[in-house]
Design a binder for this molecule. Structure first.
Ligand code: NDP
Length: 333
């Protein structure tokens, strides 16, 4: 088994030397256990700041532990009657090539011949897809036809699904992303307007131009100064989903710019809500049935940026912060 172990705390942007690849042999299987071999691994922004399942761990820096994460794995040995060799599973095993599971905790079967490729369980019909679905339809409700939705990191796994679900619900959708290629992609997905936030002369002017009636729903993946720029342009009784703050994850210093956020939220009677998608985990499958239907109808499209090889995990992870991905990043073994 090969594993990526965290050796040092991340300070600012993660560095390759903060992690180490180690080799270990696994013990023979006991009754009830299965041996898993990774096929596709996910990299996600939350990995920057630690495990999500063990919140009570004192050591939030995870030093000495493998990097956390979900993977699609193949069962290669089974001493559990519920699993056959060659079954595919979604497992929360971390950045590892092989692992042993008791077949119960943090593991779900994935259809081998499902209507969509298995890797989509890490993306559009996985955690990022559920985040888009519930973050928009639940956190930002009521969703009204003709209202304006603004989403940033819009070409990513979550953002690209948010914008398209907004279109399915009849909203006017405006997206911001970090390259011209991403802007072209967003337009091909049906976004009403899309901008490269790195090259617009003024973010505020671009929002005013593309949202002449103001912003009703703001799905924020970025935080920082982006959040401060959009908030004053929100309409009264607007809804804000605080989904992520990727502009802040690697900051060493606190934000330099502040804005009178509390007063704005009060005056505009905004509904601003942070959320963690694991709270909806029992409802994910309902969302995925709708999303599969939309995908089959051609209303919801997805892309994957694929890295090949276990050694590429770190490069794949860093591309989240460098912005080189379009859609969901997958590492294929
Ligand atoms: P993405 O696929 O969107 O990849 C991350 C993107 O963020 C990059 O491609 C880049 O796009 C953008 N980005 C990176 N650094 C910055 C920066 N400094 N300023 C502005 N944009 C930046 O990732 P996900 O779709 O997986 O995640 C999107 C967001 O959703 C993240 O903030 C993540 O933490 C959050 N999230 C929250 C969940 C929850 O339960 N609340 C669950 C899942 C994700 P660009 O080129 O456009 O800059």
């Amino acid at each position: 088994c090969r594993k990526w172990i965290k050796r040092e705390k991340f300070v600012g942007f993660p560095k390759r030397e903060n992690l180490e690849i180690v080799e270990e042999s696994l013990p023979p299987l006991e009754d009830g256990e299965i041996l898993l071999e990774a096929v596709y691994l996910s990299v996600d922004p939350y990995m920057r700041y630690g495990r999500v399942y063990n919140r009570k761990d004192k050591d939030r820096d995870d030093i000495g532990l493998e990097m956390p994460g979900t993977q699609i794995a193949r069962v290669i040995q089974s001493k559990n009657p519920k699993y056959d060799v060659n079954d595919l599973v979604l497992a929360y095993s971390g950045w590892v090539t092989h692992s042993i599971s008791n077949g119960e905790k943090g593991i779900h079967k994935v259809p081998v011949n499902g209507s969509l490729p298995p890797s989509t369980r890490l993306g559009i019909i996985g955690m990022p897809g559920a985040t888009a679905y519930f973050g928009l339809l639940d956190i930002c409700k009521p969703i009204k036809e003709g209202e304006t939705l603004l989403v940033n990191a819009a070409a990513g796994a979550v953002g690209s699904a948010v914008g398209q679900i907004g279109k399915i619900k009849g909203m006017r959708v405006v997206g911001f992303a970090g390259s011209d290629e991403k802007v072209t992609y967003l337009k091909s997905l049906g976004f009403d307007a899309a901008y490269n936030y790195k090259t617009v002369p003024s973010l505020e002017a671009a929002i005013k131009e593309s949202c002449p009636n103001g912003v009703d729903v703001f799905f924020d993946n970025v935080g920082g100064d982006f959040f401060g720029t959009v908030l004053p342009l929100m309409n009264k009784k607007g809804r804000v989903a605080i989904c992520g703050a990727i502009a802040e994850y690697n900051r060493k210093e606190p934000l330099s710019q502040t804005c009178p956020i509390n007063h704005l939220i009060l005056r505009k009677q905004l509904n601003v809500r942070g959320f963690i998608i694991l709270d909806w985990v029992d409802d994910w499958d309902k969302a995925f049935s709708n999303m599969i239907f939309w995908i089959q109808d051609g209303d919801l499209k997805y892309r994957e940026t694929v890295f090949t090889g276990f050694d590429k995990m770190f490069d794949a992870f860093m591309s989240l912060f460098e912005g080189t991905n379009i859609g969901k990043i997958i590492v294929k073994i």
